[in-house]
Design a binder for this molecule. Structure first.
Ligand SMILES: *Cc1c(COP(=O)(O)O)cnc(C)c1O
Length: 351
């Protein structure tokens, strides 16, 4: 299989001359910066927020490259993974012409982003065990299929996809394979990041929103070949990662140990919560999870969802999602929150 990135990139993007910001044209040390029309007097917060942030987020990429064991030129940063998802559509999919493949039930943003960009979505639903249906998937690929979206561990099912299946897709598809690893820190399986050298068509998405506990800062990461990263960089808004986020993320990235402790704790609590739910009389199945949530198949799911809502506990009702009939998705909470949930379930059974 010969992979030719230039054939995949939309022709207008191929030809695009990227916007050159003030900070691109001059980024060195200087005494006086009068090139970006900022407010030279400062800002109400008495900090340096009057200045535009680094459009290339060099400091963050440097730290991430050490943590992830990958060179900075293989890293793209977005305003959440959601920006990375949108950019992949805008860089590679011709509206009204190209198509992509998703494997539902999966993360809803792929389809929404496709619809926003007027890109056709083809669906190869997961099999009963929530693994890929490779036979079906292959039949959907045509000359205009640009992206295949794989989510592992998958949301809302919680399981990781079989590694060999992902490799099969990577080896046989001549477009781009996106592997969304938002929950990889909670999984037993290892990341595909280290496989980037083997697969020029691979894009791995990760985020600081889950294990890192920084959903409010909005930082998503795409890891790919330097050539793919260059395309994403050309299309992104110049200052997509704001100064406050860059500063706070830089500090947070020093706390890998603390994050690993939280991951261990969340995984332990996930397994404990799974045990409790398995013992409940109307629970039909607690699906195995490699994420920080559980998918629970339970009789009267919708009614339980509403009952818990009445007690101020919000779950995600997935009961009308195909293959997730009667299912609730439950994020692992704090020890206290999990206890509140289990107590409320006892009230449900006692009424
Ligand atoms: C939560 C989640 C994300 C995270 O998106 P951000 O925009 O980075 O917060 C991405 N993919 C999946 C599958 C998710 O569940």
């Amino acid at each position: 299989m010969s992979f030719d990135l230039t054939k995949l990139v939309r022709s207008n993007i191929q030809k695009l001359v990227a916007y050159s910001s003030a900070r691109d044209e001059f980024s060195g040390e200087a005494k006086v910066f009068l090139d970006a029309n900022e407010n030279s007097l400062g800002s109400p917060l008495l900090k340096w927020y009057n200045r535009y942030p680094d459009p290339h987020q060099r400091a963050i990429k440097q730290k991430l490259s050490v943590i992830k064991g990958i060179a900075p030129e293989h890293i793209f940063l977005g305003n959440g993974s959601d920006e990375c998802i949108d950019l992949l559509f805008r860089c590679f999919c011709e509206p009204g012409k190209d198509n992509v493949i998703i494997c539902p039930p999966t993360y809803g943003m792929y389809e929404v982003s496709a619809n926003i960009n007027d890109v056709v979505v083809k669906k190869a639903p997961l099999l009963e065990d929530f693994q890929l249906d490779l036979v079906h998937l292959e039949t959907l690929v045509d000359g205009n299929t640009k992206l295949i979206w794989l989510c592992s561990p998958n949301n809302p099912t919680g399981n990781a996809l079989n590694r060999v299946d992902i490799e099969t897709v990577l080896n046989n598809f001549n477009g781009i394979v996106v592997v969304d690893e938002a929950y990889i820190n909670f999984a037993k399986q290892k990341s595909f990041i280290q496989e980037l050298t083997d697969y020029p068509n691979l894009v791995v998405l990760q985020t600081l929103s889950k294990a890192w506990g920084l959903a409010g800062l909005r930082l998503g990461m795409a890891f790919a070949s330097a050539a793919i990263i260059e395309v994403l960089d050309k299309v992104k808004p110049p200052y997509n990662i704001n100064q406050a986020t860059q500063e706070l993320v830089l500090k947070a990235l020093d706390e890998v140990g603390q994050v690993n402790d939280m991951i261990r704790l969340l995984v332990d609590m996930r397994e404990a919560l799974a045990e409790v739910f398995r013992s409940m009389p109307t629970v039909e199945k607690v699906y195995p999870s490699d994420a920080n949530f559980l998918l629970v198949k339970i009789k009267e799911a919708r009614k339980i969802y509403e009952f818990l809502l009445g007690k101020g506990i919000v779950l995600r009702d997935r009961s009308n999602v195909t293959l997730c009939e009667d299912c609730l998705r439950i994020t692992v909470g704090t020890e206290q929150e999990n206890t509140l949930l289990v107590d409320a379930m006892q009230d449900w059974y006692a009424q």
